[in-house]
Design a protein around this ligand. Structure first.
Ligand SMILES: [Zn+2]
Ligand SMILES: [Zn+2]
Length: 395
C-alpha cells in the first residue's frame, strides 16, 4: 500500500540535550530542536497485521492537521516548526475514519462490549496513552508520561490501511442513520479535532449554563468546532473573532451567532455591544497569539458584568501572557490550559452530539487524493481561507 511519510535529518541544534525518553537518531520530544530538511516521500509498505487486541482499518477519510503542516514546514535554518514528540520517518495522519477489515480475538468494541466485526465504522484517538502511569491512573490520559502519537511517533493514516489497538477506537455507527455512509466517514475524520475543542471548552473550561455568552478567538478548525460545541450547549451568543472572510462564514454555518473581523473592529467593544454589556462565560484562546489578543480578553472580563469568566488556552504558543492578576481577582475569573482530547467520555460525547445534529462537516473545505497530500501541506503553510483539507482517495 502507498503511504505518505515525513522524512527529515536528525541534526540537533547546539543547545539540544537528549532527553531521558528520547532515542538518539530516531525519537525526540522536542522536534523543532532536532529535525532538519523535512519532506514527504510516498513509500510502499506492507498492509499491517493486527495483534490480539488490534484492529486493521481501511481508511476512508483523513484530514490534514496544522501539526502535519508544521512538521513539513521549516524555518530559515531548515528546522521543522513542530515543537513536540516526533520520530521520523513516520507515516503522517491522525484525523481519520475508516472501516474495520480484520481484528484480533480480544479487540473489544466499546459500543457492543463484544469483539469488533468487519464493516464497523470507526475513528481513533491520536494519543496512544499507556494506561499505567500516574496521570493515566489518575484519569488524565491527555497527560500520559509514556505517550506515543499516531502520525507523529508511530505510523498514521495517510495510507490505505492502519492498525490501531481497539482501546483507542470509537464506533461511528451512531452517525450512519443521520448522515448516510459517505458523510458519516467525513464527520468521523472530524471527531478528533472536535474532541480537542470539546476537551477545551467543556472539560477544561467547565462548560456553560444555557443562556450564557461565549467568545472564540480564532476560527481555525478548533475554534470553529468550539462554536459548534458551545452552540449545542445552549449559549445565547457564540461570538467568533477571525480575520478570514471564508472562515467567518463557515463558523456562522456551524453554530457561531456572530462573527467579527478583529482587523476592522475593537473586539472587546464588539463583544460588550453584542452581549448588552454582559461579557462572556468562556473565552477560548485559539489564535496562538496571546500578546495580541490578551488586551481584548482583559477588557471583556474587566468591563463585562458576568463574573466567573474562564479563559481557556487551547492554541499552542511559545509566548508569555501579558496578564494582570487584579482582573482575575476582582472579576472572579480564571485561566486554564487545555491539551489533547482523550478521557472522560470526550470522544463518545462528541460522536453522540454529532448524531443529534451537531454537523461540523462545513469544516472540510477541500477533498484530495493521497498523492496530493504534500502539496496541500505546503499550501496550508500560507493559505488562511481553507480550513480542513481531507484525503478521501487512498489509491
Ligand atoms: Zn490534529
Ligand atoms: Zn500513561
Amino acid at each position: 500500500m502507498r503511504t505518505v511519510n515525513l522524512v527529515a535529518d536528525w541534526d540537533p541544534k547546539p543547545d539540544f540535550k537528549l532527553g531521558s525518553k528520547d532515542i538518539d537518531g530516531k525519537l525526540t520530544y522536542l522536534g523543532s530542536k532536532v529535525w532538519r530538511n523535512p519532506h514527504c516521500e510516498i513509500i510502499e509498505k506492507d498492509v499491517p497485521k493486527p495483534g490480539p487486541t488490534e484492529v486493521l482499518i481501511e481508511v476512508q477519510a483523513c484530514g490534514i492537521c496544522g501539526s502535519d503542516v508544521h512538521m513539513r514546514q521549516s524555518d530559515d535554518d531548515g528546522y521543522i516548526f513542530y515543537p513536540g514528540l516526533t520520530a521520523f520517518p513516520a507515516t503522517l495522519g491522525h484525523e481519520f475514519s475508516g472501516k474495520v477489515v480484520e481484528c484480533g480475538p480480544q479487540a473489544i468494541n466499546k459500543r457492543s462490549g463484544k469483539r469488533y466485526e468487519p464493516g464497523e465504522a470507526v475513528c481513533a484517538e491520536e494519543m496512544i496513552w499507556c494506561g499505567n502511569c500516574k496521570p493515566c491512573a489518575d484519569g488524565f490520559p491527555n497527560h500520559c508520561e509514556n505517550l506515543q502519537e499516531l502520525g507523529f511517533s508511530i505510523d498514521g493514516a495517510y495510507a490505505k490501511y492502519i492498525k490501531v489497538d481497539a482501546r483507542y477506537l470509537w464506533s461511528l455507527e451512531g452517525l450512519r442513520d443521520t448522515y448516510g455512509e459517505e458523510k458519516m466517514f467525513l464527520l468521523g475524520s472530524l471527531v478528533e479535532p472536535t474532541s480537542v475543542a470539546y476537551n477545551a471548552v467543556i472539560e477544561r473550561g467547565g462548560g456553560i449554563r444555557a443562556g450564557e455568552n461565549v467568545v472564540i478567538l480564532g476560527g481555525g478548525p478548533i475554534g470553529a468546532a468550539a462554536c459548534a460545541v458551545l452552540g449545542k450547549s445552549g449559549a445565547t451568543s457564540v461570538i467568533l473573532s477571525e480575520p478570514s472572510v471564508p472562515r467567518r462564514e463557515m463558523a456562522l454555518s456551524m453554530g457561531a451567532t456572530h462573527a467579527i473581523d478583529p482587523m476592522q473592529v475593537d473586539v472587546a467593544e464588539a463583544v460588550l455591544d453584542i452581549t448588552n454589556g454582559m461579557g462572556a462565560g468562556i473565552i477560548l484562546e485559539a489564535t496562538g497569539l496571546p500578546s495580541i489578543v490578551w488586551k481584548d480578553v482583559e477588557k471583556i472580563i474587566w468591563e463585562g458584568r458576568a463574573v466567573n469568566t474562564t479563559v481557556v488556552l487551547v492554541a499552542r504558543a511559545d509566548d508569555r501572557i501579558p496578564l494582570n492578576g487584579e482582573v482575575l481577582q476582582v472579576r472572579r475569573a480564571s485561566v486554564v490550559g487545555a491539551q489533547g482530547h482523550s478521557g472522560h467520555g470526550t470522544f463518545a460525547n462528541v460522536i453522540s452530539a454529532m448524531s443529534a445534529g451537531m454537523d461540523v462537516s462545513p469544516l472540510i473545505t477541500k477533498k484530495i487524493s493521497i498523492d496530493k497530500a504534500e502539496e496541500n501541506c505546503i499550501l496550508l503553510q500560507t493559505d488562511r481561507d481553507e480550513v480542513k483539507i481531507t484525503i478521501t482517495d487512498f489509491e
